[in-house]
Design a protein around this ligand. Structure first.
Ligand SMILES: Cc1cc2nc3c(=O)[nH]c(=O)nc-3n(C[C@H](O)[C@H](O)[C@H](O)COP(=O)(O)O)c2cc1C
Length: 183
């Protein structure tokens, strides 16, 4: 199987990136092909005004997102990795997800192309507060449901701020690797 991971932190080598590497290492151990893409390498922009029927939505700035979305379509499993920013995924990740609505190829939209594929998430955050992880994971799980994808699980690193912090949590890195193996 082919596993593609999208890193939604602008910090290469940061905590979300390290979690992603652990997941992909596990996936490689299980014999899967892996690919990692940094959203910050692409000129993602907010959705321009779109009107009318959803299937006619277009935006001239869709191109960079479509390059990424093509990788999703080509994969069997998608990993979404993000730091928590203000009780949500990063803006970068949200820009990417918003663009899913506008993707079209040969009259087929993402909801026609993703059913049956699997999706997992990796989150890094500094200050765990009871209850709010559901607020972050909920929209990702709902988006997966909308695309009729199967939720493959998540790994969450809490109390991590600096990139070195994650090394002190070998259990979390092991869980990420295990998630990758089980993808
Ligand atoms: C703009 C911004 C907003 C943040 N908001 C939160 C937050 O709401 N909750 C939290 O626990 N940590 C928050 N953090 C801390 C990051 O989630 C944390 O440092 C994380 O490990 C960064 O991941 P990265 O190394 O992959 O970029 C925020 C950080 C930034 C820069």
């Amino acid at each position: 199987m082919r596993v593609v991971a999208f890193v939604g932190s602008p910090r290469k080598g940061g905590n979300s990136d390290q979690l992603t590497d652990a997941i992909l290492a596990g996936a490689a151990e299980a014999g899967h092909e892996t690919e990692k893409l940094y959203l910050c390498d692409y000129a993602l922009t907010p959705i321009d005004a779109v009107y009318g029927a959803e299937e006619n939505w277009t935006d001239p700035r869709q191109g960079p997102a479509d390059e990424l979305i093509e990788r999703m379509v080509a994969a069997d499993v998608v990993v979404l990795a993000s730091p928590v920013y203000w009780f949500s995924v990063s803006g970068l990740m949200k820009l990417f997800i918003d663009r899913w609505a506008l993707y079209q190829r040969d009259g087929r939209r993402l909801m026609d192309l993703m059913p049956g594929k699997r999706v997992a998430a990796a989150l890094a955050l500094a200050d765990p507060e009871p209850g709010y992880l559901d607020m972050v994971l909920g929209p990702l799980q709902q988006a997966a449901k909308w695309l009729r994808m199967t939720w493959a699980g998540e790994v969450v690193a809490t109390s991590v701020a600096d990139p070195g912090d994650l090394a002190a949590q070998p259990g979390v890195l092991a869980a990420a690797r295990e998630l990758g193996r089980a993808l």
